[in-house]
Design a protein around this ligand. Sequence first.
Ligand code: PFF
Length: 454
Amino acid sequence: MPSTPRESIHGQWSSRLAFVLAATGAAVGLGNIWKFPYIMGQNGGGAFVLVYLACILLVATPILITEIMLGRRARRSPVHGMQALAREEGAPAAWSLLGWMGVIAGFLILSYYSVIMGWAIAYVERALAGSFTGLEGPAIKAMFQSFTANPLELLFWHTIAMLFTMLVVVRGVRAGLEAFTTLLMPLLFIILLILVGYGLSTGHFAEALAFMFTPNFSKLSASAVVVAMGHAFFTLSIGMGTIMAYGSYMPERTSIARTALIIVAADTLVALLAGMAIYPIVFANGLEPSAGPGLVFQTLPIAFGQMSFGVVFGALFFVALVLAAWTSSISMIEPAVAYLVESRGWSRARAGTLLGFAAWALGILTVLSFNHWAEVRLFGKNFFELLDFLTSNIMLPLGGLLLAVFATWVMRRASSFEELGLPAAAYVLWRVLTRYVAPLGILVVLLHGLGLLG
Ligand code: PFF
């Protein structure tokens, strides 16, 4: 038996379903609906999607299983959890640095995620006001551009988004995180299906499918592979301890692998549906797939402006997007909050407020990246792009690599076997993927993509 306690001091999810919903809530977010479609467009479509799916299956899924497993075994926040697991396995305490990297990554991601979540909130207001009605592509694009050109407006909505996030974080594991996640995923899913239906009516659906699913490897650059790998981590919220923290609230007797597969399936489905909703509109209106972070805000409003009941669907869509973003944003600082509660004896309220405020302040730099500082560049990237690149494409894969190494090279086989409770064949599959395939894949992609392998 492990020497660690069997229940976290922060409480426990009430059931397996509660865990699945909360983890799916953390996974499905802006990454699926806002980010995946635009990075797919920037990286040429089909081949990128294929590489992304391969990363999800061969690298991210085994690491998701690994991270839940480590969290449940440790029953503590990632920093202390890694410390405890390292002690249990007789490994150096320095493994807790891995927990620290996650704490920092989550904090950095939240700072810009809240800004984009703010855009989604602002668009609820626009949808309700009927602002999209009858507008063509160029007018919708101009609306988005004048919106992001105004730093005070972005700051206002960023502030609202961060307040939303802090509110739930402060309320705690059960009352806060769990309650929010239950109803919203099905709603989001249904509206996406309706939008895919609209896409079918544009006459450009086949073109969209061809763009998404016909791989053209000549368009695939090394940096696109890094982006695809990074996004596999970002979209599943892995490599930074969030899932470890959530796993530490997971009940003893639930199948980790089966739970992980449900999360992956839901997450991937939502991303692909978002692509199938957005791309027919892109092609029907002569828009650029490479429009960047504004893509979803410049496409779907065209549909809402034209379809019947567009005001209702538009408002519902952006509400659902906000809620999806919300269930993700609250998860990002969970490792940091849990750490402060454990080590300093702080209340969740104090920890959540302090961290939220700090992330809000850092978010101001992202706000400025879309207007005054759009052209202030380092390595060809503005601040937002740099932050996104550093976290998604470097910190998360590196975190995932180290988690995989810890779980399969450092941890005794008996420990992971006991915690996963898998049939022998499935265990071997997990082990081979996590011990060899994932670490090698990450290493090659990172070194090659960052230009270190020539
Ligand atoms: N998975 C979330 C999304 O796709 O929007 C983003 C995310 C949430 C990343 C939580 C990291 C995290 F810890």
